[in-house]
Design a protein. Structure first.
Length: 239
């Protein structure tokens, strides 16, 4: 029971829960990287299942916010989007800077994004037009999430108040695109376009993937904020 009452600060930070008594992990100091990586990895499937009683959403399958952008000649939107795969995320690195009040988590995941897309304009060198269903498979998607915070008083206890975040990404192994109803279902146009996209996946993912990654990272950050509104620092870390 004593062990189950302890908790990693980064577990809460990245994969938060409201009650430390349900977590079978040790409490870590903020700068103990090895301890935090182990604890966070154990908590990945727990956090992504969601904690509705405290407002933490289900993150696998994640309901993404709608995405709309115009970039490099392409107008694109994705509605009713979902992302599957977060429960299998692998934690690669964790770093906490106590002076700058910034912490960074690096992880990788195989993910599948689905939703209703609308595309018009040019994709790299080719014209594109479509209104249908998107399925995007991302193999070995690497994410670096950087979060800034402040220490504030909430009642009589100290809390972390998260203030902002940023995200970097790279698709390492492969991205596979499947878009229905390209060019109004014209196979003579749609099949060469899909072939072009999948042959040039690395450039397309690098140039046009950021709005989708940002949407997922924003949802993750919003849920981390919820956790830190509930838990004082002393309950979640050795201080």
């Amino acid at each position: 029971m004593e062990m189950m009452q302890k908790i990693s600060c980064l577990v809460l930070l990245v994969f938060g829960l409201a009650q430390s008594s349900v977590l079978p992990v040790e409490k870590c100091t903020l700068t103990d990287k090895s301890c935090m990586i182990t604890a966070v990895q154990k908590m990945v499937p727990v956090f992504t299942a969601g904690m509705p009683e405290i407002g933490v959403e289900v993150l696998d399958v994640m309901k993404m916010d709608d995405v709309k952008f115009e970039l490099s000649g392409l107008q694109f939107s994705l509605n009713d989007g979902t992302l599957k795969g977060m429960k299998t995320a692998v934690i690669d690195d964790l770093n906490w800077d106590l002076k700058k009040k910034v912490f960074t988590i690096d992880f990788h995941v195989d993910a599948v994004v689905k939703g209703h897309y609308i595309a018009a304009g040019h994709l790299l060198i080719l014209p594109i037009n479509g209104d249908g269903q998107l399925k995007l498979k991302l193999k070995n998607l690497k994410i670096k999430l950087v979060i800034s915070y402040q220490e504030v008083k909430n009642g009589e206890k100290d809390h972390f108040k998260l203030t902002k975040h940023s995200v970097d990404y790279k698709v390492i192994d492969n991205a596979h695109f499947n878009l229905s109803n390209l060019f109004n279902g014209n196979k003579e146009l749609s099949e060469p376009m899909l072939k072009f996209m999948n042959e040039n996946w690395k450039q397309i993912a690098a140039e046009f993937g950021k709005p989708l990654v940002d949407s997922a990272a924003n949802k993750l950050y919003q849920n981390i904020v919820v956790v830190f509104e509930k838990l004082p620092i002393g309950d979640i870390a050795n201080v």
